[in-house]
Design a protein around this ligand. Structure first.
Ligand code: HEM
Length: 340
């Protein structure tokens, strides 16, 4: 009887030790081996060894036929992380007619949800209930942007878990508006634990992709109430933009964020900023603060941008992440798991 009790005791203690080990490794051990906010490299090395290969394979097969995908996925990851942290809340559908994040105006032009769903389906078939949608989005954004610009790759730490809440009403207070001035941008990025270098380098995400006329046309017509364009905008560029957006209400027209170079992930965005050709007011705002101006100059004159962007993406990817027992691993990225 005594012996049986001892065996049960040893068994329970072993279970406890294993569990403590599992939770500690999910939270990171703080020994400086690369853990950030409980995330780490190759989180799925044992639980789903092919997860990262599957993400990359699907992204690399899609980008050649959909060259807008890198910009779409990079922006989607940013919008995910700034609202409720990187918890894949941006992927959730509305519940009970309460609009979700993806139903908000700033998210209206997001796309690529189908690609994330396709990746999730393949991974779920291999390793059910293991890999989070938040990690799939973070990996997909990196892989899309890295193709064909392999040298700009950043390491994606994994181990995020998925949230169960997504509310359109939370979007405007957490995402920066294209009409923001410098101090609003700075306050918002600081509130997410990001610093000035992060603000400037991450704005360099605008080296790829496009913006709709509605996001900058306020700068083109009657900006100061005297029928003129924003005086901080290069007049020749302003004229070009007016020709592209003769009817600002036409929300379908888009213009490159980094004119002439928006398909390549380069540092040209910082060159055009210095020529007063930043498309959004929030881009131009980076010239309005002395320290920020210096960073724009530095990124324009050197190759420092690429390392800075990589570092800032890792920081952005760790904003308010759910790890350990928090959240869940969604079975489908657009809906939370049913509760029993
Ligand atoms: C600093 C504050 C930021 C503001 C105010 C801002 C605002 C915007 C706006 C208004 C658009 C155009 C959307 C449209 O008309 O469809 C846009 C596009 C884009 N943004 Fe930002 N953004 C910011 C920071 C970022 C960051 C941090 C990233 C990623 C690291 C990013 C990545 C992108 C990309 C890739 C596009 C192009 C999307 C496409 O082509 O569909 N942005 N952004």
């Amino acid at each position: 009887m005594m012996r049986a009790r001892n065996i049960v005791f040893v068994f329970l203690v072993s279970l406890l030790v294993l569990e403590v080990f599992r939770v500690c490794s999910a939270y990171g051990d703080g020994d400086g081996d690369g853990d950030v906010a409980g995330l780490r490299l190759n989180f799925y090395a044992e639980s789903c060894p092919n997860a990262e290969i599957i993400v990359k394979g699907i992204i690399l097969s899609r980008v050649p036929t959909n060259p807008t995908l890198p910009a779409k996925l990079l922006r989607m990851h940013f919008h995910d992380c700034f609202v409720r942290g990187c918890d894949a809340s941006v992927l959730l559908n509305a519940v009970n007619n309460v609009p979700a994040e993806k139903d908000s105006i700033p998210n209206a032009s997001l796309s690529g949800f189908d690609v994330i769903d396709d990746i999730k389906t393949v991974i779920e078939n291999k390793c059910p209930g293991v890999v989070s949608c938040a990690d799939i989005l973070a990996l997909a954004a990196r892989d899309a942007v890295s193709f064909p610009y392999i040298s700009n790759k950043w390491e994606v730490l994994t181990g995020r878990r998925d949230g169960r809440v997504s509310l359109s009403s939370e979007v405007n207070a957490n995402l920066p508006s294209p009409f923001s001035n410098f101090s609003t941008l700075w306050q918002l990025f600081s509130s997410k634990g990001l610093n000035l270098t992060d603000l400037v380098s991450l704005s360099g995400g605008h080296t790829i992709g496009v913006a709709h006329c509605a996001t900058f046309s306020n700068r083109l017509y009657n900006f100061t109430g005297k029928g003129d364009a924003d005086p901080s905008l290069n007049p020749i560029y302003a004229q070009f933009l007016r020709s592209q957006c003769p009817n600002p209400a036409n929300s379908a027209t888009t213009v490159e964020l980094d004119p002439g170079s928006s398909k390549s992930f380069d540092k040209n965005y910082f060159n055009i900023l210095l020529q007063n050709e930043g498309l959004l007011q929030s881009d131009a705002a980076l010239l309005k603060d002395g320290n920020s101006f210096q960073l724009v100059e530095r990124f324009s004159n050197s190759s420092d941008f690429f390392n800075a962007f990589a570092t800032s993406m890792v920081k952005m990817g760790a904003i308010e992440v759910l790890t350990g027992y928090a959240g869940e691993i969604r079975k489908r990225c657009s809906v939370v798991n049913p509760t029993n």
